[in-house]
Design a protein around this ligand. Structure first.
Ligand code: ADP
Ligand code: ADP
Length: 221
């Protein structure tokens, strides 16, 4: 099982890169935020449970999040592994993931931290447009879709997320940065943390990620 973890603050580019890496590596992208949003839209018991946390920009409790993630990892399309986008978000989630992978004889291969300064995150989130069908992501200035309001990949309508309003963005950053530091500190001593400069254009960040995941032999570099 090949488990790659994408880390970064809200707006760092995890979703954007996770979609691209999923295509390159033939692994599913598992995004806890997307799973929660789908549950909220469908009005399931899980959706009702998590809605208010998301509206306030707070973490959903670990127990619920871990259970949902592990169930998703059990699906047949993840039998060879997955790219995790938005999980783990604190130390408790990171160690719950490790324990569960150890039972399957597996472990996290790499934790890829996409680092972006805070002022840039605010600009990215306020211009973000996301497709409802699969979470493909655009930016109204930096990466607009070919046709305004329509996803290039699957033609579904683009929407702005409720929690991308500036007040909620600030709450999300405040609530998440501590957990992000915990997760980075968790993976660093294991020797599997890679820090990627997320300020560069999307294609350059992808190239750096792929280099970290599958380093070229020195005679081809
Ligand atoms: P995350 O999943 O980490 O919250 P997203 O992938 O949704 O982040 O990206 C946030 C916003 O920033 C989107 O509008 C996206 O189009 C834009 N974006 C992503 N990567 C870059 C980049 N390298 N440079 C500039 N804008 C980017
Ligand atoms: P972002 O673009 O900010 O990285 P996500 O789509 O990953 O946002 O997450 C949206 C919301 O879903 C979060 O603000 C939080 O309420 C909830 N959420 C997503 N992943 C987790 C997680 N691993 N632990 C707790 N809550 C989560």
């Amino acid at each position: 099982m090949r488990i790659l973890v994408l880390l970064g603050a809200p707006g760092a580019g995890k979703g954007t890169q996770a979609h691209i890496l999923a295509r390159h590596l033939g692994l599913p992208r598992i995004a806890t935020g997307d799973l929660f949003r789908a549950a909220v839209r469908a009005g399931t018991p899980l959706g009702l449970e998590v809605k208010e946390f998301m509206e306030r920009g707070e973490f959903v409790p670990d127990e619920t999040t871990v259970r949902m993630l592990l169930e998703r990892l059990d699906a047949p399309d993840a039998s060879h592994g997955a790219i995790l986008d938005g999980f783990p978000r604190n130390r408790a989630q990171a160690s719950a993931l490790d324990e569960s992978l150890a039972k399957r004889g597996s472990r996290v291969e790499l934790a890829l931290y996409i680092a972006v300064p805070e002022d840039e995150l605010l600009a990215r989130l306020s211009g973000r447009w996301v497709c409802q069908a699969h979470g493909h992501t655009y930016h109204e200035v930096a990466y607009p879709p070919r046709v305004p309001g329509v996803c290039d990949v699957d033609g579904s309508p683009l929407v702005q997320r409720d929690d991308d309003r500036p007040e909620v963005v600030r709450a999300r950053l405040e609530n998440q940065l501590g957990g992000l530091r915990e997760v980075v500190d968790y993976y660093r001593p294991l020797g599997i943390l890679r820090v990627i400069d997320g300020r560069r254009p999307i294609a350059a960040v992808t190239a750096d990620l792929l280099d970290a995941i599958e380093p070229k032999p020195y005679w081809r570099a």
